[in-house]
Design a binder for this molecule. Structure first.
Ligand code: HEC
Length: 189
């Protein structure tokens, strides 16, 4: 949950710079962006959240979680998705939408701004040694240690921040041994 808004504030151009689907730079690492349907703008956007980068922003991720995990409809996802065979008319209805826009936006704000804890012991010799190993054996090629957020996120506090996300927000083929074969989930439309 931490740092979500900061990941959202990474400029698209930065992510396009990371993407290298066919390993054209020959560093042994390939990774691609997921382009997904952004419901609010009704357009294709870079996916950043969810198991396989299938939600474009925190707001949509939160609305999808309300709907999918708790069965609560929002103005973004106004249609119930009852499990097969469940008769919704037999179940108490919480209104339309079931969470007011103001409360929904509060959850989005909370989810976007929950702070990342400060780094610990980063000047310690053993930590620095680990940092170096992490970089030299190639972990940092995918787990990008340092990124700068852009200057136009709608939450001012998230702009122009140097962050340490340890992700490139790309999808990587991690090989058969790490594949869980989860099909890619399309955001509810
Ligand atoms: C090819 C890109 C790539 C490289 C290189 C890579 N990782 Fe990862 N790593 C991933 C991906 C993708 C995931 C997420 C897998 C998932 O959630 O299914 C991950 C997950 C992890 C996690 C779990 C994080 C969590 O929150 O559960 C750790 C820890 C980790 N990697 C450490 C390392 C270390 C240490 C190295 C270097 C030895 C390394 N990784 C190299 C892509 C990479």
């Amino acid at each position: 949950m931490i740092g979500m808004g900061l990941l959202e504030a990474i400029p698209e151009s930065t992510l396009l710079g990371f993407a290298d689907e066919n390993d054209t730079n020959k560093d042994g690492i390939s990774g691609k962006l997921n382009y997904v349907h952004d419901v609010a703008s009704n357009s294709k956007k870079i996916g950043r959240f969810g198991w396989k980068a299938n939600q474009s922003n925190v707001r949509q991720q939160v609305a999808a979680a309300f709907l999918g995990d708790m069965g609560i409809i929002t103005s973004l996802f106004p249609n119930e998705n009852a499990p097969f065979g469940v008769d919704l008319t037999a179940i108490a209805n919480g209104g339309t939408p079931e969470i007011s826009d103001i409360n929904f936006e509060r959850v989005v704000l909370y989810s976007s701004t929950l702070a990342v804890p400060a780094r610990r012991n980063y000047a310690k010799q053993s930590v620095l040694k680990g940092k170096k190993t992490f970089e030299t054996i190639g972990c940092a090629s995918c787990h990008i240690p340092k990124i700068k957020t852009g200057s136009n996120h709608f939450i001012a506090a998230l702009r122009n921040q140097t962050i340490r996300p340890y992700t490139d927000l790309l999808r990587h083929d991690m090989g058969a041994d790490l594949a869980d074969n989860t099909p890619d989930l399309k955001p509810q439309e």
